[in-house]
Write a protein that binds this ligand. Sequence first.
Ligand code: URA
Length: 431
Amino acid sequence: MRMLDLITKKRDGYALTKAEIEFIVHGYTQGNIPDYQMSSFLMATYFNGMTDQESTDLAIAMMHSGDTFNLDDIDGIKVDKHSTGGVGDKVTLVLGPLVAACGAKFAKMSGRGLGHTGGTLDKLESIPGYNIVLDEDAFKAQVNKIGISVIGQSKNITPADKKMYALRDVTGTVPSIPLIASSIMSKKLASGADAICLDVKVGNGAFMTDLEEAKKLAILMVQIGKLAGKSVKAILTNMDEPLGFAVGNTLEVIEAIETLKGQGPKDLESVVLEIGSYLLEDAGIASKQAAMDLLKSKLHNGEALNKLVELVKAQGGDASFILNPEKFVKASQILPLVAKEDGYIDSMVTIDIGLAAAFLGAGRETVDGIIDPAVGIVFKKKIGDYVRKGDVILEVHANQKGVQEAMQTLEKSIKIGQQKHEVVLIEGVIL
Ligand code: URA
């Protein structure tokens, strides 16, 4: 096989076979195919697309480029979720303990935040002592014992995807649905769960800003998962405003704790219940409707919160912070942003809200940047709420870093209008 022939085949609109895709992925990872040929192939794919079978073959070839997790030692059906990334997205912190409290096995490898979106690992690490590094045996033993573990990626997962993504980033080939879908699914398949629910965020704070494109991505990822033998569903959720009220690591952990007590923001709770009920259904624990009722009961009887306490203890964290969230270190100043006129909160530039939190130190600009766990933003009003001039829309929790920049960005990112309209939170489900 020659890479040149495969490039021309894709350029001329033909579908590649599994063996041809494996040749490309393997050759590129090994360094036998140079960047200029791979760039050309990626651009041909960008213009001509891929069949579902090609995308699946690509995801599986990338999955096999590195280590994979075999979770067979964990009893029962292992469940996982994945978010394409949003602002204030603390779903995993609530969903994991909640579904584990219902008897599911939640075995999750999470990532760090970069740019305007936060990462679950950074949020977990704001709990003093929480250790995100467990070896594979300890990870599996913990899931068997208490039903949940959330760790960072310690193994060499999907090196082909890492190399290809870096090349796509500098060759204008990131926004290709088959390439995005196979990139995300290669990592999900490598982490070994049986049932996965994908939370595809759509809106001005998300990677996908257009609903139709987001739907295409969700459909393809579900299809790849099914062709690879997994049970995969997707929900499309709105990201035209942050999820919940809190943005920033400790602030989000505190909001997750409130939600696990049944006292969290309704939008966050709805997304958690929707994903949770699909996961419990796929795990064979309950029908979708019975799962909803079960999940709600665990939010109100203390078992979901207790599962978070168990998780934190099992991974070396100080669980007294979960039981007494006032112990978390607070930012040195809390600055209000007030409404300049009467009206309804009309829209938010959500990506800029994420960036404002990052300016304060809640996110990082480079992979080795340092996070300040205490800083962030707490909203008092969301889209559709009425405000009078002088009402507090949000509070900025800040230390020294980036205060002016964040305040200026936030001021410009929130629009007040005279008509009330509401966000549709769950914009679609792909089964
Ligand atoms: N996220 C991924 O993991 N891969 C992509 O290609 C795009 C977003």
